[in-house]
Design a protein around this ligand. Structure first.
Ligand code: ZN
Length: 214
């Protein structure tokens, strides 16, 4: 299996391990992690650190070497669970629970230009949606009022920063304006999580924005 080249950063891994992310972001991280060995190892490190800090809290006094022991545990190679037999699926396990199946169970609504979305039911301040972008099609160019996490599930897209394929996560923040374009070949399916409306540069998407809740 191809391993992603764009992986989650330490800040996201730490907040995920601490259970501090809104559900939509946590879903994006879990989806990415399920497709990326390196991200899984990084996360296991932060989870070990979290457990370590908690177990030290329970003792009367923290041993002088507690921190160095924690750090040593971080250096230990976390056990990566053996992969099960490959199944030709687009949606990894964290997503099938939300969708109730694989791609054919997704209930799409049209956004125009062949682009489709399916908003997933999540609680909290952020929103998660699946996006379907036909091969070669561009998403209207936009900026971000908050953080946008995009995980590629099928196909690939490119924007001003790089190329993103299955398992890759793009972390877009307020300083990025971009126009993702799906690669020729397979149609692109992604999971996108946002905590604020996008800033579209063209009028048409701006007008349609409230309708599409994007
Ligand atoms: Zn974006």
């Amino acid at each position: 299996m191809r391993q992603p080249t764009h992986i989650l950063n330490d800040d996201l891994a730490m907040r995920y391990a601490a259970g501090a992310l809104p559900e939509a972001y946590a879903l994006a991280v879990a989806t990415h992690v399920s497709l990326c060995d390196e991200a899984r190892a990084k996360l296991a490190g932060y989870e070990a650190l979290g457990g370590c800090v908690l177990s030290d809290c329970e003792t009367e006094a923290v041993a002088d070497d507690a921190l160095s022991r924690c750090l040593e545990r971080l250096d230990e190679k976390p056990a990566v669970k053996p992969k099960t037999a490959p199944v030709c699926k687009v949606l990894p396990a964290p997503l099938t629970d939300y969708v109730g199946g694989d791609v054919n169970a997704i209930k799409w609504s049209r956004l125009g230009g062949g682009v489709r979305q399916s908003i997933l039911r999540t609680s909290g301040s952020a929103t998660a949606r699946l996006l379907y972008i036909p091969a070669g099609q561009a998403v209207p160019d936009h900026g971000h009022n908050g953080m946008e996490l995009t995980v590629v599930l099928q196909g690939a897209f490119s924007d001003e920063t790089d190329r993103f394929a299955r398992g890759d996560i793009e972390i877009a923040t307020e300083d990025l304006d971009h126009q993702p374009i799906a690669e020729a070949g397979a149609d692109c399916i992604c999971l996108a999580a946002t905590d604020a409306p996008l800033r579209f540069n063209a009028l048409m998407p701006r007008l349609l924005q409230p309708l599409f809740r994007i």
